[in-house]
Design a protein around this ligand. Structure first.
Ligand code: FAD
Length: 360
């Protein structure tokens, strides 16, 4: 009889793992949303709402043998998963991939896909009416957002604010320098090394004033708080012997286990395996999980399996500034407009994920 694998969360880890194990095990993917939210396209969707529909990819054709159960998990234990409606999914192995939440309109609140569509349109309308835009937080999302708005709406007065002295401070310096140069060239005003002290909302764009850590004050027609992802770790933080990390993530051992339950794994944004909270991290964890679960199903012990090795500081990152420009770090070297455009900026990986979810 094939082994039962329950995967909680149909984000980048969940969908890829479920599909890759569909022929090898009895797979159940538990996911309350009707669609995968393809986050790389949700930034450009703020300037082009017609992209929102394309960024929402239905789950209905993902699996041939296993099933996608439209439900929210409320508990995990060594024997399986309990759903919010009280139903049980018994399993031999459980993978928790509940990901993270982010600000509106980049990710839905809970499973509210319709609410995400509405928020996207509402904030687009506010952006159209605004003249001055403040973006607080210059990680990948904040930097890309500044580039998308500057490209699509060159008449807007955009200010990108970061509390770090340079962009992408953990990456090779060349990347941040190139992005600063391109953003300035596109008319974006950068304020680096200063904190916004009085954000009225950490998750919703609003009109108002900002006081920065040096006492300076700015008025904006629209302020986007873009402060990073926060892990959805409720299911695993209550398991025995777990340890919390930053951004609400849970630490995992070298075999991606968050607790002392030997058959419960956690991957992606929810777990801190030494990787960043990116799809790039998922792209390394998912193949490791697939081969590890296959080895366990074939009778190997976990100690016989090579531990997971995170990307470390060489994880690649692609930062488009609109569909034409951008800069990237590809592990060994930095690349400019052409490579960034071809690898990400033009298509935002949409084709790849339509294919993965078996949607034409
Ligand atoms: C705007 C934006 C743009 C981004 N662009 C990029 C990019 O270009 N490249 C890149 O590498 N990374 C990017 N990222 C980061 C990337 O989106 C995340 O790293 C990625 O989504 C993490 O995948 P995941 O599978 O861990 O979780 P998620 O994608 O967050 O998916 C988690 C899933 O779990 C489900 N879930 C949650 N709780 C439960 C529960 N109790 N029961 C059942 N299901 C549950 C959720 O509904 C969700 O579908 C971006 C992030 C944002 C916000």
């Amino acid at each position: 009889m094939s082994k039962r694998i329950a995967i909680v969360g149909g984000g980048y880890i969940g969908v890829q793992l479920a599909k890759s194990l569909d022929e090898h095990a009895d797979v159940t993917l538990i996911e309350p949303r009707s669609h995968l939210v393809h986050t790389p396209a949700m930034i450009r969707a703020v300037v082009d709402p017609s992209l929102t529909d394309r960024a929402l990819i239905p789950y209905d054709r993902l699996l041939k043998n296993g099933k996608v159960l439209r439900a929210r998990a409320s508990g995990v234990d060594a024997n399986g998963v309990t759903l919010e409606n009280g139903q049980r999914v018994e399993a031999d192995y459980i993978v928790v991939a509940t990901g993270s939440s982010n600000a509106t309109p980049f990710k839905p609140v809970g499973d509210d896909i319709e609410g995400l569509r509405e928020a996207n349109q509402r904030i687009h309308d506010q952006l159209m009416a605004a003249r001055s835009i403040g973006i607080v937080g210059a990680g990948a999302v904040g930097t890309e957002l500044a580039g998308e708005i500057a490209h699509a709406m060159p008449d807007k007065k955009i200010t990108l604010i970061s509390d770090t002295d340079r962009l992408f401070p953990t990456m090779p310096e060349k990347l941040g320098i190139a992005l600063v140069g391109k953003l300035r060239d596109m008319g974006v005003n950068l304020i680096l090394g200063k904190r916004a002290e009085n954000l009225q909302s950490m998750t919703e764009p609003y009109a108002g004033s900002l006081t920065l850590s040096d006492g300076s004050e700015y008025e904006f027609d629209l302020i986007f708080p873009v402060l990073g992802s926060r892990a959805s770790s409720e299911l695993i933080e209550v398991l025995p012997d777990t340890q919390m990390s930053t951004a609400n993530r849970v630490k995992v051992d070298p075999w991606l286990r968050p607790s002392s339950l030997p058959n419960v794994f956690a991957a992606g944004d929810v777990s801190d395996a030494g990787d960043g909270m990116t799809i790039v991290a998922a792209s390394r964890q998912q193949p490791w999980l697939k081969s590890t679960l296959k080895a366990l199903m074939a009778g190997k012990t976990l100690e016989e399996v090579k531990p997971y090795k995170p990307w470390g500081p060489k994880a690649p990152i692609l930062v488009p500034l609109g569909p034409k420009r951008g800069s990237s770090f590809l592990g060994l070297f930095t690349a400019g407009d052409w490579v960034t455009r071809k690898m990400k900026g033009e298509d935002l990986f949409l084709k790849k994920y339509y294919k993965l979810l078996n949607q034409g």
